[in-house]
Design a binder for this molecule. Sequence first.
Ligand SMILES: Nc1ncnc2c1ncn2[C@@H]1O[C@H](COP(=O)(O)OP(=O)(O)OP(=O)(O)O)[C@@H](O)[C@H]1O
Length: 150
Amino acid sequence: MSQQVSPPQQTNHLPPLVKKERESWQVASNLFISFKYAWTGISYSFQTQRNFRIHVGVGVLAIALSVFLHLQPIEIAVIGITSGLVLALELLNTAIESLVDLTVKQTYHDLAKIAKDCAAAAVLVSALVAVLVACILLLPPLVVLIMSNF
Ligand SMILES: Nc1ncnc2c1ncn2[C@@H]1O[C@H](COP(=O)(O)OP(=O)(O)OP(=O)(O)O)[C@@H](O)[C@H]1O
């Protein structure tokens, strides 16, 4: 006895309603608009996330100090990369927090907690590595500079 199998639903075409909503968004039509959206994300995080402001401040300070102490270009690059990684993960953390809040609203959910805690942990790990790298590269010349002035 043969069974009738219903054809699979087409998922590659959005229904008209969704398509209409999609059209109402401003889809980036060129590179400049894409940068504008990315800048909006940075600006939003800077205005709303205290930790992001702290990380920007510390990162700028670390790079300025490494230039002031005449570190090797490769050392300045390493400090720049580690600082940039912290900022990038902080932005992703903000994105994940927003998505979780959008999904579960104000309700408590164990998976929401795991998502937010893991995102925050990623920032923490990168920040600890950045501090370690900064200590290794900045402390020796800083100590030499301080000792030479006494
Ligand atoms: N919907 C939820 N369900 C369960 N736990 C949640 C939920 N929302 C937040 N939490 C818990 O509260 C913590 C803080 O969440 P919140 O959204 O306030 O982030 P935040 O304080 O802005 O974090 P960050 O300092 O990283 O920006 C989360 O790490 C998580 O443990």
